[in-house]
Design a protein around this ligand. Structure first.
Ligand code: PBG
Length: 334
């Protein structure tokens, strides 16, 4: 991002409409670009075979069984999308207070990662490190007397990250917001001979209502007790987010994320300008729902809104965007 030199300029010698007059000229002076290279496709999984089940409030998003996820990975790759971020729907029967299913090396996430890597070895696979898809209370960590335990949770997350990396995930993305987890997960991966796996930290993650449709998609919606404000950030805070990023980088994060995306574009810019590290934005489920619903209702143009929202992440400074729209957007770009 460049600094604008504000030497005095005056109309009529200066007319900013002049270079906007033709398509070729607008193309030439475009400052940021969006391509499928920049997109990470967020996909929700569900056990079974041939499952393609619509997700509430997210017209165009489906829970996919592992075989369908393999097909999706092939389609994504053909469109030039580099990586997928997978999220598991887990029904009540497989959930428990301690989220033990997270450590099952044969769980839905691990089986799907193996299947995708067998069929499409050159697609990047990203997974959340957090317990919320597996706990019966819907929280990201272990809970005791209504308190989310930090260090005890981090120990479990380290084991979860190793299980996921062994299954084939290339990037583990801790989304839990426990203190100190990046350093411990780095140590655990290195100790398990998985030193080549990246950590993408959900560093600037807010306690946001925009996650609503996602919680329904993974089966946590009705289960969540209380809120996540003791670990996720207050939407009113900005400096605290930079503090989070500084800690996660010092602990060994390869890249950082700002989440949600669109209401927090300022944070993307500040993180990128302050640290100059690979910075990703998550266009979360509620953002998807707003654009999809307004588009499908005819209030806005769905296709244009998808592409405009995504290029704005790039303008703000994001190197890449995790989005449920990734495939649809890549199709619009070809
Ligand atoms: C939880 C997690 C959440 C999302 C990704 N990982 C929700 C939450 O923190 O409750 C949200 C994704 C979305 O809304 O699309 N570890």
């Amino acid at each position: 991002m460049s600094k604008l030199a504000f030497t005095p300029r005056h109309y009529p010698a200066t007319r900013l409409r002049r270079p906007r007059a033709q398509t070729w000229s607008r193309n030439l002076m475009r400052e940021t670009r969006l391509s499928p290279d920049d997109l990470i496709w967020a996909i929700v999984l569900k056990d079974g075979k041939g499952v393609k089940e619509p997700v509430d409030h997210m017209n165009g998003v489906f829970r996919l069984s592992p075989d369908e996820a393999v097909k999706a990975a092939q389609e994504a790759r053909a469109l030039g999308i580099n990586a997928l971020a997978l999220f598991p729907y887990t029904d009540r029967g497989q959930r428990s207070a301690d989220g033990a299913e997270a450590l099952n090396s044969d769980n839905l996430m691990c089986r799907t990662a193996k299947a995708i890597k067998d069929a499409v070895p050159d697609v990047g696979l990203i997974c959340d490190v957090a317990l919320d898809p597996y706990t019966d209370h819907g929280h990201d960590g272990l809970m005791q007397d209504g308190i989310i335990l930090n260090d005890e949770t981090v120990e479990v997350l380290c084991r979860q990250a190793v299980v996921q990396a062994e299954a084939g995930f290339d990037i583990v993305a801790p989304s839990d917001m426990m203190d100190g987890r990046i350093g411990k997960i780095r140590e655990a991966l290195d100790g398990a001979g998985l030193g080549d796996r990246q950590i993408m930290s959900y560093a600037v993650k807010y306690a946001s209502c925009f996650y609503g449709p996602y919680r329904g998609a993974i089966g946590s919606g009705d289960l969540l007790k209380g809120d996540k404000k003791t670990y996720q950030m207050d939407p009113a805070n900005a400096d605290e987010g930079l503090h989070e990023v500084a800690l996660d980088l010092a602990e060994g994060a390869d890249s950082v994320m700002v989440k949600p995306g669109m209401p927090y574009l300022d944070m993307i810019t500040r993180v990128k300008q302050t640290f100059g590290v690979p910075t990703y934005a998550f266009q979360v489920s509620g953002e998807y729902a707003m654009i999809a619903m307004a588009g499908d209702a005819g209030a806005i143009n769905r296709d244009q809104a998808i592409l405009e929202s995504l290029v704005c992440f790039r303008r703000a400074g994001a190197d890449g965007i995790i989005s449920y729209f990734a495939k649809e957007a890549a199709e619009l770009m070809t």
